[in-house]
Design a protein around this ligand. Structure first.
Ligand code: LLP
Length: 415
């Protein structure tokens, strides 16, 4: 059994009890299943096998170097959005011709390193950005491969903070402006317009908007080809969501079945940029119950993990299921409770008015499906060190990023 499953009432990751990991590394701690990451990547790769393709893992979901190296080793490409992610990806073994650089505002320094590295594509977000890439490439005496990010004005029907494909969003250029921009870019000697890209949002469960975006990209690709532009990549972005309680999952296979009919037969490599779908289910945040208290008729379970460790519930109202790590007190009583962190604000919650197994002080709980946008969005708010990250592979575990200590937090102040 790979991923998270129960063995004799104990929640395990790839067969390793989470309680054993917590005993060794303390709590809170992120725990990742290498086998589940591998399986998710392979499923995407296989689902797109009918066309020439490259699965470019969106590094923003989780940019731990061990995890990046694992995906690089499996043959993934990378989608990066900052100079930091670019460097981390290169250092983790992704070759530059498998990396695409997205990002709505790129600094001159980021454009410089993107051009120096000779990436598969710099995804330009505006006409002006293409001019900046041209200037930098000219300075370096190079030719940069550039893809244009277009905005197809499609409603991904996701949380407004993570919907990016409507015309009022800041991303890319309106799709009907693309032909004129391509025509103009022909005059740039150091830029080759090699692709088009769209990403309409994240945590999408309905395949229809994703299929619609692929259809619009394919139509644009044909129009551009008719004008003599030689495109080598068509990038459909990421966005495949994880199903919450009662929701229908969007599997890599269903997603590919929705997208492929639109792009099959085009003479270019299809790029796909999933982040969450590859690493989300492979991570859990293990936390200890610090207190169980009743106040004004409500039950509060206070954990040692806080919104600084996992921001998604506070920021998006995201619901992540929470399970006890060890079911050692049978029969378990179900109670309605709020599960909250120790941070000094009321947005610091994980579940509200939810039915959970009544925990006792000192119990361990696991917050599920947090391999994506968990650690990568964590912070030092309340002057808390960020939790360690633990990698489970082939029946054993190791710390792949240690817990931060006070000295880590003050280092940049004191150097
Ligand atoms: N490509 C581009 C250009 C993106 O902007 C993103 C995510 C992805 C790919 C990967 O999307 P995914 O397959 O992971 O949905 N912090 C938010 C998610 C923000 C996603 C931003 N862009 C959350 O925790 O839900």
């Amino acid at each position: 059994m790979i991923g998270f499953s129960r063995d004799n009432g104990e929640l395990t990751c790839d067969g390793v009890p989470l309680s054993a990991i917590a005993r060794k590394v303390g709590t809170p701690a992120y725990v990742y299943s290498a086998a589940l990451i591998e399986e998710s990547f392979r499923r995407f790769d296989a689902a797109f096998a009918p066309v020439a393709h490259l699965v470019c893992y969106a590094a923003k979901a989780n940019s731990n170097g061990t995890l990046l190296a694992k995906l690089a080793g499996l043959g993934a490409g990378a989608d990066v959005v900052s100079g930091g992610e670019l460097r981390a990806s290169l250092e983790s073994g992704f070759s530059s011709d498998r990396i695409v650089f997205s990002g709505v505002g790129k600094t001159v320094a980021e454009i410089r390193s993107a051009v120096e590295s000779g990436l598969l594509a710099i995804n330009a977000e505006s006409e002006r950005e293409i001019e900046k890439i041209e200037a930098e490439a000219a300075r370096q005496g190079k030719t940069a491969r550039v893809a244009l990010r277009v905005n197809p004005d499609i409603d991904a029907r996701s949380h407004p903070y993570i919907s990016t494909g409507r015309k009022h969003n800041k991303f890319g250029v309106a799709i009907d402006l693309a032909p004129a921009i391509f025509r103009k870019a022909r005059g740039f000697p150091h830029v080759r317009m090699t692709g088009i890209q769209a990403h309409i949002g994240s945590q999408i469960l309905d395949p229809q908007p994703l299929a619609d975006a692929a259809r619009d990209l394919a139509r644009l690709a044909r129009d551009l080809a008719a004008e003599g532009h030689e495109l080598s990549t068509l990038d459909v972005g990421g966005g495949i969501g994880l199903a919450g309680p009662g929701e229908k999952p969007l599997t890599p296979e269903t997603y590919a079945a929705a997208v492929l009919p639109h792009v099959a037969g085009l003479p270019m490599t299809v790029l796909v940029e999933p982040g969450r779908a590859i690493v989300g289910p492979a991570g859990a945040l293990v936390t200890e119950v610090l207190d169980v208290k009743k106040s004004s008729g409500k039950l509060f379970v206070v954990t040692d993990a806080g919104m600084n460790d996992l921001l998604r519930p506070a920021l998006y109202g995201a619901i992540h299921s929470i399970e006890s790590v060890t079911e050692n007190r049978m029969p378990v009583e179900r109670v309605m409770a709020d599960v909250v962190g120790p941070i000094c604000e009321s947005s610091d919650f994980f579940l509200r008015d939810s039915s959970i197994d009544r925990p006792l002080e000192g119990d361990l709980m696991a917050i599920r499906d947090v391999g994506a946008y968990g650690f990568s969005m964590s912070s030092n708010y309340n002057f808390r060190g960020r939790p360690p990250e633990v990698w489970v592979e082939k029946g054993s575990f190791r710390v792949i990023r240690r817990r931060e200590h006070f000295d880590d937090l003050v280092r940049a102040e004191r150097e």
